[in-house]
Design a protein around this ligand. Sequence first.
Ligand code: PLP
Length: 452
Amino acid sequence: YPTRDLQARDAAHHIHPFTDTGALNREGPRIITSADGAWLTDSDGKRYLDGMAGLWCCQVGHGRQEIADAVHRQMCELEYYNTFFKTSHPPAVALAEKLAELTPPQFNRVFFTSSGSEANDTVFRMVRAYWDKMGQPEKKTIIGRWNGYHGSTLAGTSLGGMKGMHEQGDLPVPGVHHIAQPYWFGEGGDMSEEEFGLWAARELERAIDEIGEDKVAAFIAEPIQGAGGVIIPPQSYWPEVSRICKERGILLVVDEVICGFGRLGTWFGSDYYGLEPDLMPIAKGLSSGYLPIGGVMVSDRVASVFIDQAGDFHHGFTYSGHPACCAAALANLEIMQREKLVERVADDIGPYLQAKWTGLADHPLVGEARMVGLVGALELVPAKGDRSRAFEPAGDVGTLCRDLSFDNGLVMRAVRDSMIISPPLVLTHEEADLLVERTAKTLDDTYAVLKR
Ligand code: PLP
């Protein structure tokens, strides 16, 4: 591949998501040309271990012929039709049924979208429509968390708590409120993890009291915050949040876009934490990213109101339940079940990688090494053993470490100064060894630059 030529044409015509366009144009993007299993190859033939499964999505690994074949067959049979106005088609029916089987028992229906962001837009509108239909239209406010991520559309950005994203567009939209995240390492102060988890959960109760119970519609959160930095809540957090939602009668929306489909060693993050959400946005691992598809799992409690009361839900996307995307998702789920990938994360490759990953906590740059299932983070710190100190300005060391990891043939992601991994669920033991070896080398390289 002519790398320079592709980079120049990219610079001339392409604006990339979440990227400093000027900086990218000076450096030129890495051009990925093929992928197989847990491996990526660039236009110069260099191979990288894909420690991020694309963007936390490629559960079954890259290059599965079986999924390509299923999509091809579907394209030949019915390449596209919609699901509006009392119409359906076999792949949408089969996928909806499969999702009802795999998700927790209160979920028997799905609303299809093309992405996680659209799923959260759907949540936003469905939550308000639900309370409207329940005769409580004043219940409008949705509570999210600072540093949560729920996508890039206006509703997704608003529900999320990324301040940089809010500042860019005068967001959030009205009717969204944010509370603290359960980020003990960074924000726990002198509290124990247990105490901090309870404190962070009770922020929800304080917000409900402040806004008024009769005005709060729902609480939305990821089981483990992904894009916020793989923030694993203290054990005390979720039981308390669940109690508050139940007692105060607000809908619980658990965003499973990252944690769903085996990432935590259970089918869903809600299974891992024993949660009973009312709505569950899903995407990413649903098709392992082979084609864009997402959805919202709708509990019987919410669905029954839409069923019992006449009138449309005035919402939908041209590609809701796209046949080829449904076929990709079905083939992906078939592989996950046949190869027992969720069980593999729980009992085999998960514990194997966790043991090695947490060993990286001995490195002088690492303040904490954490992992659940196959999603983990390393907190890089200037003073080991002192959680109160962080690098300044935030993010430079993380970016350096991420760039060095690319040099070392490993794709990691940096969130501020945390290094993140979320590899494919098919990662082999040898690849797990290599992932940790390359991470250790990258930490050494980063430390050497800082000491210079
Ligand atoms: N929700 C969560 C938890 C996510 O991590 C993401 C994407 O990273 C989204 C929603 C948005 O999904 P998408 O990028 O498919 O729109």
